[in-house]
Design a protein around this ligand. Structure first.
Ligand SMILES: [Zn+2]
Length: 329
């Protein structure tokens, strides 16, 4: 994926900054995972370094080097441990090379991905460079959680918020990757506007396995036997890592049931292709039962976060789903 979707106003203001030459030395790009922070930082770096006309032109040496990842003055800061950016990473990755003038570019740009992984020592080490940067120095801190930074870092950086994508934008990306309309929208909804997360869900075998099992049981909500429940329990336990997504699917399914029950517009249904099944089940449901299931889904999520027995929690949820179907009213 090379195209940046959404965040038009952010990109426009970065363009303005570059055009007016009002580039700051340090930026925080803050936003949920998979919203394109890295793409935006890379794009802005290309824009700043481009020597062509319509920046970033994509044709000049600088642009070509940047795209191939070999631009000497666009540095992606690496870290040794996966879950920590330590003081040595900052010293060797940034502080020691920052004083060396750029080789060819106008700027020397450092991009720190997952910058919230910097511990306090690392942040303090970085602070020295941020406080007295050379005129050519630009640092991008990419983060899902700007609150993890020291106030001293926050106060010296320009903060830019990257927004999640709209559902149709995420769905569009998935459709371009060959997913059906129905699958694309379903995953887009679960992804919460994160294209990265949506793509990895669409490629995940465990996500697919969990979805199929979950839809099997949801489709027979009105005729679910105790045997079905036990079978589901024994199979779904293979997908414990996908539990939150499973709960989200149940939640979305019941939202559709509620729409039908309330006589809402079928165009609002997320699972449009399941409309017949949904209508059949909705006919047996009590409105109050649906609301109970919503509560139950939330409680199940809380229980599992609190490490309450997995099978028991899911069984209780299934029983509440079944009892919601146990009578008309
Ligand atoms: Zn260029």
């Amino acid at each position: 994926m090379t195209e940046i979707l959404g965040n038009d106003s952010l990109l426009a203001s970065l363009r303005q900054i570059a055009k007016k030459g009002q580039v700051s030395h340090s930026y925080i790009l803050n936003g949920p995972e998979g919203t394109g922070k890295r793409l935006i930082a890379d794009w802005f770096a290309r824009l700043l370094q481009c020597t062509g006309e319509d920046r970033p032109c994509g044709r000049c040496l600088s642009c070509l080097q940047a795209v191939s990842g070999s631009h000497p003055d666009i540095i992606h800061v690496e870290h040794e441990k996966p879950n920590l950016i330590g003081v040595d990473d900052v010293r060797t990755g940034i502080n020691q090379t920052m004083p060396v003038r750029p080789y060819s570019g106008r700027y020397k740009i450092y991009i720190v991905d997952e910058a919230e992984k910097m511990n306090v020592q690392a942040q303090n080490a970085l602070l020295k460079t941020i406080e007295e940067p050379p005129e050519y120095g630009v640092i991008f801190l990419l983060t899902t959680n700007a609150a993890a930074f020291l106030p001293t870092i926050l106060s010296r950086c320009v903060r830019l918020d990257v927004k999640p994508l709209r559902e149709d934008q995420v769905a569009g990306i998935l459709k371009d990757r060959g997913l059906s309309e129905a699958d694309a929208y379903r995953i887009a909804r679960l992804s919460g506007g994160s294209a990265g997360q949506a793509i990895s869900m669409s490629e995940s075998e465990t996500f697919r396995g969990m979805s199929e099992l979950t839809f099997d049981i949801l489709r027979k909500l009105d005729r679910m036997s105790m045997k079905d429940i036990l079978e589901f329990l024994s199979e779904i336990s293979r997908y414990k890592d996908e539990t939150q997504n499973m709960l989200a699917l149940v939640d979305l399914w019941f939202r559709d049931l509620l729409i039908i029950k309330a006589g809402g517009d079928p165009a609002l249904l997320l699972f449009r292709e399941e409309r017949e099944t949904l209508s059949r089940i909705a006919a047996r449901l009590r409105g109050s039962g649906i609301l109970k299931v919503f509560d139950m889904v939330r409680e199940t999520g809380d229980r599992l976060n609190a490490n309450v027995n997995y099978e028991l929690s899911i069984e209780l949820l299934l029983l509440s789903m079944r009892s919601a179907c146990a009578g008309k009213g």
